[in-house]
Design a protein. Structure first.
Lengths: 464, 205
């Protein structure tokens, strides 16, 4: 009768208040440069980090990807994190640490993220870690300070939602397309107030990287939590990672992790099913992740929309510099970006490289691996040379052009095909025009210089 | 944070949906220490030209005295940046009224004494139509979860714990201190029954 959410919640609950909020134990707290407000709050109270062993710092949001920090203010943000971590004896994967990278890539990669844990971080894409069957969610600075001071957090239990993806995905279609498909269907507020459990054959068939992409984007559909019940794919990913349990501890953990799933008769507050075979490669055309369409579609025409939607569509098309009714595949791009906590893991880089191998990009672009470890792995596989030969720039790891905090940005009016998570106005830089899509689709767009259906380009190739 | 349960102020309309936190405060301003004030960054790229001049027609430029915003659905979606709330609060905003809010934004708002008042789609549409271009005096009462204007009242929703936090100005850390013994007991039990939940490797050095 119980859901995975019920089981995870019950395991973390320390007390429940009369008004219905739960005080939950936090197993892993990840902090980054943006956590400076929280450390300042802690200092103002004269408080210490309650559990430095369960707190991990990662330099990512402001990490330079090419050379030194772009400005003194950016350098100060990085120094401040490293100093706060040192002062509180918190392990920190700093700028010069070989384990540095994007927090949601590094946590799983280092074996810090495990099934059955509660993971918090002052970042909305913390839902990524739910891919392991963990309770993981983003929090603001006041709550970050609370976790630092107490290793606990107050939360009201969200409602449960199951999103089942039945059948098998077609070639050239992946986790990013599943995510954009459901967000387009339900809207950016579609899962607000809910924890989403992803289920079904198509989800089971995904690698951990794919599951992380899917859970990562939960927040773009309004869900603070995304999760996948752990299975053999999960266990084999974790085994042997630096901070993961070892030997008998690992076996004991796996035995427990096998119990972390929703009962077959579990009732969800909401149940949604989508058919994998119906999902085509998807691109966004507008300024909200729900503005997503199959790449074979045309740009919406406000004159054919309802009165309520017409104004918004007109304003969006104006910002994006598009022509209503035109085929998406006619939209020319200025540049590409492959990176971010959504799509910069090794599998993502392989998928992009499989399209780019032996081809040239018509537009410039950056490829920023999700971590230094991913970078090293990609270089060992020769992927860096494929990107370089295609004419793309192979750079360092960090949030980079996804959030444009480190100086990597898209110039006003320029159009970028991007593997990131948000096409919000100004997200990649003031006036920037972002089209979200999968790494394979970004690679295809790079080759043709316009939004492109990757599927014909995969013929005769092994789509990684 | 300041406790409050009633507020009367000028309300203005922002007739947009999906005003995400990247729009509420663009990322490039977030390295600023809070002490310097975040009010000037609020909706920066929507209300100022690329050379920083205010766009006179933008609602909060026209009425900087406003303390209540009424907006479309999904206000504060996206990034968890609490700086979005700081920008609103430092500008002088006490409440945002909308049909829905980003979950993380709403939690951050309550942590900073900003009321996220949720109304139905119909009531939001009525309010936006009534406000039009001008500010309208509006009263809010957290105890009764009602807002009033023109001698009419309208309900809004807000969860009980959030209402209590706003009314009492509670800081969660103080509240949690009362549960120290329960937290210690929980930790000890977890370490004993599931030792693997603590990281295998100790520290980086």
């Amino acid at each position: 009768m119980t859901t995975l959410l019920d089981k995870l919640w019950a395991a973390q609950e320390i007390v429940k208040s009369a008004d219905g909020r739960s005080l939950l134990w936090v197993d892993r707290h990840l902090v980054h440069e943006g956590s400076h407000h929280a450390f300042a709050k802690l200092a103002a109270r004269g408080a210490r980090v309650a559990e430095p062993r369960l707190t991990f710092g990662v330099v990512d949001h402001y990490a330079p990807t090419r050379g030194p920090a772009a400005s003194p203010a950016i350098a100060r943000m990085i120094d401040t994190l490293e100093q706060n971590a040192a002062q509180h004896r918190v392990p920190c994967f700093g700028l010069n640490d070989p384990r540095q990278g994007i927090v949601h890539v590094v946590g799983p990669e280092q074996g810090l993220t495990l099934p059955g844990l509660l993971v918090t971080c002052g970042d909305s894409h913390t839902s990524t870690h739910g891919a392991f069957g963990a309770l993981a969610f983003g929090i603001g600075a006041t709550d970050v300070a609370h976790v630092l001071a107490t290793q606990t957090i107050w939360q009201s239990k969200p409602k449960s939602m199951r999103l089942t993806v039945t059948g098998a995905l077609g070639p050239g279609v992946g986790a990013k397309d599943i995510a954009l498909a459901w967000i387009a269907k339900l809207g950016t507020g579609g899962a607000q107030g809910h924890a989403v459990e992803y289920a079904g054959e198509a989800v089971r068939a995904l690698s951990m990287e794919g599951r992380m992409t899917l859970c990562n984007l939960s927040i773009e559909g309004g869900a603070r939590f995304g999760m996948v019940a752990p299975d053999e794919t999960t266990f084999s990913y974790i085994e042997g990672r630096p901070y993961a349990p070892k030997g008998a501890g690992f076996d004991e953990a796996v035995a427990y992790w096998r119990t972390l799933n929703s009962d077959t008769d579990a009732a969800f507050d909401r149940d949604v099913t989508i058919e994998a075979a119906e999902i085509a490669p998807i691109v966004t055309w507008g300024t909200s992740p729900e503005d997503a369409l199959p790449v074979t579609a045309t740009i919406p025409n406000p004159s054919q929309a309802s009165e309520a939607d017409a104004d918004r569509i007109t304003a969006t098309i104006d910002y994006m510099g598009l022509t209503p009714g035109k085929a998406l595949t006619e939209v020319e791009i200025d540049q590409v970006f492959i990176g971010s906590c959504t799509n910069a893991r090794i599998e993502d880089l392989r998928a992009a490289a499989a399209v780019l191998a032996g081809r040239r990009a018509k537009v410039p672009g950056l490829v920023s691996p999700g971590s230094r470890q991913v970078k090293a792995q990609a270089e060992a596989e020769g992927l860096d040379r494929i990107f370089a030969q295609a004419g793309l720039e192979w750079v360092g790891s960090g949030c980079s052009m996804c959030v444009a905090m480190n100086g990597d940005s898209v110039a006003p009016g320029k159009r970028c095909a991007s593997t990131t998570n948000r096409n919000f106005r100004g997200r990649q830089g003031r006036g920037a025009r972002t089209h979200l899509m999968s790494p394979a689709m970004v690679a295809a767009a790079a080759v043709t210089g316009r939004l492109t259906d990757v599927r014909p380009m995969l013929k005769g190739r092994d789509a990684a | 944070m300041t406790a409050w349960s009633q507020h009367k102020g000028k309300a203005i309309a922002l007739t947009l949906e999906n005003i995400d936190t990247d729009q509420l405060i663009p990322a490039r301003f977030m390295s600023t220490p809070r002490a310097e004030g975040y009010g000037d960054f609020l909706l920066h790229d929507m209300r100022k030209t690329s050379d920083g001049a205010p766009i006179p027609d933008f609602p909060i430029n026209r009425h900087p005295e406003a303390s209540i915003l009424v907006a479309g659905r999904n206000f504060g979606s996206g990034s968890s940046r609490e700086a979005a709330v700081y920008a609103l609060v430092d500008f002088g905003i006490r409440a945002v009224i909308a049909p829905s809010f980003g979950d993380i934004f709403a939690a951050n708002a309550v942590n900073n004494g900003l009321l996220p008042a949720r109304v139905t789609d119909e009531d939001a549409a009525r309010l936006l139509a009534r406000l039009g271009a001008g500010p309208v005096e509006l009263s809010l009462d957290i105890e009764t979860r009602t807002l009033s204007l023109d001698n009419q009242t309208m309900p809004f929703s807000l969860s009980a714990p959030w209402a209590e936090k706003l009314i009492n100005g509670w800081d969660d850390i103080d509240l949690t201190e009362h549960h120290r013994p329960a937290i210690s007991a929980y930790r000890a039990r977890r370490a004993e029954t599931q030792p693997w939940v603590f990281p295998a490797e100790d520290t980086a050095g």
